[in-house]
Write a protein that binds this ligand. Sequence first.
Ligand code: ADE
Length: 226
Amino acid sequence: MTIEILSVLPELLTSPFEHSMMKRAQEKGILTIRLHSLRKWAVNKHGQVDDYQYGGGAGMVMMCEPLANAIDELQKEAPFDEIIFMTPDGKPLEQKEVNTLSLKNRILIICGHYKGIDQRIRDLYVTREISIGDYVLSGGELAAAVLVDAIGRIIPGVLNDETSALTDSFQDNLLAPPVYSRPAEFRGLPVPSILLTGDHKKVEEWRQEQAMQRTKERRPDILDKD
Ligand code: ADE
């Protein structure tokens, strides 16, 4: 899978993909991440990519031409399956959408800045608008990093233990159950005895119960999602 990212601040996105699973996915050749500075397609030699908004008001808008030219040029290499715009007014990201996106071949992510991007780019090119939560970041880069990480880790072959993504929170509309490691007792708190029995069936039942209990307490809203 190839993910191209278009940003006025691509430097913000180097470190998140240089470690751990994202690094492994790229080294294995399963995932290619390419960062592009939008200023490469600036409208003048000053690197301008934004302008005042029609109708007045504070805040600049990312202009049509740099974005359209960038997308057209990148699209010439191969068409995009999805062109995603990261924006707080997009659809809140959920695991189901991450799963869908992880099966795509080639994705472009546009990171917004300032007041956002000219609506006509959204109308003409963007296929999905995604928010990572009901709060506003100073730009779409960190949101893009979240999206790429969530997608990258579940592409088949990235995780060592293929089954472990299936036991993540949200994969079956349940939060994950509590987990424990050594020592068997820490500051007076023992590991639940069932986990020490070696009875895999009982352990699995206990995990299911715990996951259900935790979800009912913390996120009853996700229980009957389809
Ligand atoms: N850009 C700024 N805030 C954002 C958010 N919450 N989600 C996605 N992109 C954003």
